[in-house]
Structure formats: C-alpha cells, structure tokens
Design a protein around this ligand. Structure first.
Ligand code: MSP
Length: 503
C-alpha cells in the first residue's frame, strides 16, 4: 500500500456532536496517524464533515427558529470545534452545503441519468411513491419495519407520502453487488456485517426514490427543478466531492478509499446503495468498509430526549485531550456494541493513564535522573520482551482495524515493564552498589518506554510526543522506532511533570 484514504460518515447537523460520533472520528484519526507514520504525511488523506440537507435538518432548523443555512453553519461549526478539541487530524472537512460539493453531486446525477444498469435498463426513471417515510432515518419504511406503528430506531411514527419521484433501479445491481461482497472485492468487516449485507440482498433489493418533491432544503435535481435530491444520495457523494472529483489531484491520488468507517445503522446505504451509484457512474469502488457498533449509556441508547448524551468536549475539559480520546475508544472492541458507565471514566483514567502509563514513565525517568545522572546508561538492550514481535502484532491488528486489541497489547507492555521494575528493584541495586546491573535494568526500561511512546503516538499524540521529547528524541522517525536497542546511550533525559494527574 502506498497511499491511505480513510473516511468517517458525515454527521447530521440536526443534533450536536456526542461521544458516539466522536468514537468513529477518533478511530479514524488513530488509523490516519498510524498510516502517516508508516507512509508519510503526504500519502494519507483523512476526511470527515457534516451532512446538512434533508427533511430532518430542515425541521431542526425550524424548531430552533433559524433559517436552515444559519442553523447548519452553527451546528457544523460545533462539530469542527469538537474535533479540534479532540486533536483530530482530518485533512479536510466537507460540508454538503458547499458549492464544491453541490457541483459534483450535480455532475454525478447527470451521469446517472444517462447510465444503464448491469441489466441494460435506464438507471434513473420516474414513478409514483406512496408510503411511509421516517424523517429520523431519512428513509422510506415498510409496515413490517415498524414496531407499534413507530420506527424502532427513532420512536416516531413515520409520515405518509404520495408524490412523483425519480428512482434508481437498485434491484438490477443485486447480483453484481452480492458477488463483489462475497468475493471481498468490496470487503465488509467484521464478518457478521458482511453476512448481514448479504442477507439484505437475499431478501431482495427495492428500487429507491432519489428525489423529493416536498423537501425544499436540498440540492435541486439537475434534470428536474421541481425536485430536490434525496439526502442520502447527496451525502454519499461527499467521499469523492471532497477529493475534487473528477480531475482534482487528490481524487487521482487517493481514490478509491482504503477504508470507510460507519456505524451499523447505515450499512445498507454504504455497502449497497453507494457501490451501485459508483458502478453506474463508472467510478472505482472503495476497498474496505468497517462497520462498528453502538454506544449505549448505562444500558440506554444515547439520545437528547433521554438526556444521557455525553459531550466529548466535557470529557476533554475534565480529563484532557489524550485521555478523552483514550477513554472513548477503550470502552469495547471496535465492531461490537458496548455500554458505557459514565462513572467508569474516572476509574479507567486513574488505572490505565495515571497509574499505568503515566506512573511508569515518571518512575523510570526519575530513577535515571537519580541513579544515572539523568543520562541514558551505556548498555545494550537485553530484556526478555520481544518488542519487534509486539510491533508486528500491532501492525497486523491495524491492518484489520483491531484498535481495541492494540490498546490491550500496548497496556500489556506497560504491565510487563511495571513488573520488570518491581522484580529488579533498582532502588535495592542502588543500595547494594550494583551500579552495572542497575544501569542495565534502567536502560532496558527506558528502551521499553521509548517503544511505548511510539506505540501510543497514534492514540495519544501529545503524550507520545512528550515522552519522546523527555527521552531526547525530538524527531519522530518511524524507522528509528522500529530498531530495538535504538535508544542512544549518553543522551540526557528529562524527568518532567506527571503526564496524567490522578483524579
Ligand atoms: N448523515 C448520516 C451519514 C451520511 S454518510 C454519507 C448519518 N449521520 S449521523 O450523525 O446520524 O451518524 C453518523 C455516524 O455516527 C454513524 O456511523 C452512526 O452509526 C454513528 N453514531 C451515532 N450515534 C452513535 C452511537 N450512540 N454509538 C456509536 N456510533 C453512533 O447517519
């Protein structure tokens, strides 16, 4: 792989950012930062943004007593700020109300209007839609999708619509897309999600309406100005409009996406509708889709109505940026659902960061200052821990998007080093005047700490950099990071303040 393009879904601006959104965004950031270390900054592109059209956003603006444009400008800015506060390193932030996006959407829709399905039919045609629409999902519903007449995801009754719309002949793509997913040409991860999409296809794909007569807050359909473009079709195109499709340098360099991250609720849109649009428009398909689970808080879905939404800004204020990032992504395995107990953030902060990583670094550096005049001892690494193998495991896990497994792997190294120091007791060696042995133990510990700094860099960027600075390694160099025993003897180290203050 010589380039890496990663995307998050673009977030609806009907509500403010919370840790569910932050979760996807931080994971994307960790992967982007990891690949920047590996491939160089210029070869990684990380995109996020906001989804600003449609009935749901239009209604939210009305409720807030604002014009849609005023409203989306405000909420989109809140997403941007939330990501800045979390030190998210996105290369671009796309908004679907930007003209650069609208231009590409128009271009793609005109292309689709002229295109044929794999069965040789017109991809786009006109028909009457009559049925139910859930504004929460921004999607049509069948009676069997509902529980007690309500959308189970949004707990609202869908609205009844009858109008003439433009349609996509999605059904003609069923076999082609099934085959591509089955043979991993479109890789859907984890495996249970791949089975789920295949299941959807087996149930039969219905054609979808791609325009709306009654929704005014949207992009006007280029071939029929009585209609606006369906918000999902508009939104999916962000992944190429941001790259400057079709002639932009970024499009040529970065498309197709290496990985598109998404939550399980938007699987069909990304793994069926999006590939169909791309195939119809003659554009290459993304390589991987990784579908993650849902955050619940104390067993309940996070929602503004229940009032249990956790704002990532609050976590940053309480724990600091790196800690907030860690606390959000360390809750459960990426891909699964997980329940978050708010009171456990503090427990985890103290255990893993203050007492774990922070304490280990302080202890080792303080001993080097005390027993070795603050200089890296003249020794060679000989501890019984296979740092090369650990790095290989981390690399392999990242290739499979196993972020949570990597956190475990890294924290095992911290535990190992804590155990090593406890067993070797440098303070006793000092008392017994065993300086040679003492220096060996501290050299080994410092080298493990240096490796840890590189391991945590994508996850805790500020902490990783700070540890390296204290070790005298100002230049972050991934090649150097790989060399076991690469820590230069004689280098001056700095003990510094506690990295994480116990709460
Ligand atoms: N606008 C669409 C996506 C369009 S992409 C072309 C959308 N927006 S959203 O804001 O509702 O959701 C964005 C992402 O956040 C989705 O992947 C969704 O799964 C994720 N999450 C929203 N709430 C979440 C949790 N409580 N937990 C984990 N992820 C959640 O859908």
């Amino acid at each position: 792989m010589n380039k890496f393009y990663i995307t998050t879904p673009i977030y609806y601006v009907n509500s403010v950012p919370h840790i569910g959104h932050a979760y996807t965004t931080i994971v994307a950031d960790v992967l982007a930062r990891y690949y920047r270390l590996k491939l160089g900054n210029e070869n990684v592109f990380f995109l996020t943004g906001t989804d600003e059209h449609g009935a749901k956003v239009g209604q939210a603006a009305g409720k807030a007593g604002k014009t849609p444009q005023e409203f989306v400008d405000e909420v989109s800015a809140q997403f941007r700020t939330a990501w800045e506060n979390l030190n998210i390193s996105n290369n671009d932030f796309i908004r679907t109300t930007e003209s650069r996006h609208e231009k590409v959407v128009n271009e793609i829709l005109l292309k689709l209007k002229d295109s044929k399905t794999p069965k040789g039919n017109d991809f786009v045609y006109k028909d009457i839609y009559e049925g139910l629409y859930c504004v929460g999902c921004e999607s049509y519903k069948k009676p069997e999708d509902l529980i007690d007449g309500k959308c189970p995801d949004h707990n609202i009754e869908p609205e009844y619509f009858k109008e003439e719309n433009w349609y996509f002949r999605l059904s003609d793509f069923a076999e082609m897309i099934r085959e591509k997913i089955e043979n991993d040409e479109i890789r859907v991860l984890p495996d249970e999600r791949k089975r789920e999409v295949l299941g959807f296809i087996d149930q039969g794909l219905e054609n979808i309406a791609i325009s709306r007569e009654q929704v005014k807050w949207g992009i006007t359909l280029p071939f029929d100005d009585t209609q606006t473009i369906y918000v999902w079709v508009d939104a999916l195109i962000n992944y190429i409009s941001a790259l400057g499709f079709p002639d932009g340098e970024n499009f040529k360099k970065f498309w197709p996406a290496n990985i598109q991250l998404l939550g399980k609720d938007i699987l069909k849109f990304h793994c069926i509708i999006w590939p169909a649009i791309l195939i119809a428009a003659g554009i290459e398909l993304p390589k991987d889709f990784f579908v993650h689970g849902y955050f619940t808080i104390d067993g309940k879905k996070m929602s503004k109505t229940i009032g249990n939404v956790i704002d990532s800004n609050d976590l940053v204020n309480e724990f600091g940026v790196d800690a907030a990032r860690y606390l959000i992504i360390s809750q459960f395995a990426f891909g699964q659902d997980g329940d978050v107990r708010a009171e456990e953030f503090k427990v985890k902060f103290n255990a893993d960061l203050a007492n774990g990583l922070g304490n280990l670094v302080s202890r080792v550096l303080a001993m080097v200052e005390k027993y070795c005049e603050g200089k890296v001892p003249e020794k060679e690494f000989n501890a019984v821990i296979d740092l090369k193998k650990i790095r290989e495991t981390l690399d392999k896990n990242y290739a499979d998007y196993k972020i949570f497994e990597n956190l475990k792997e890294i924290w095992n190294v911290i535990a190992w080093c804590d155990g090593y120091v406890a067993e070797k007791k440098p303070w006793t060696l000092a008392k017994e005047n065993k300086q040679d042995e003492l220096e060996q133990v501290l050299y080994n510990s410092l080298e493990v700490v240096r490796h840890l700094a590189y391991f945590v860099l994508p996850i805790l960027p500020e902490t990783g950099k700070e540890i390296l600075r204290r070790l005298g390694e100002e230049n972050i160099d991934y090649e150097k990071a790989k060399v076991v025993g690469g820590l230069k003897s004689g280098q001056t180290i700095e003990k510094g303040e506690a990295l994480f203050l116990r709460k």
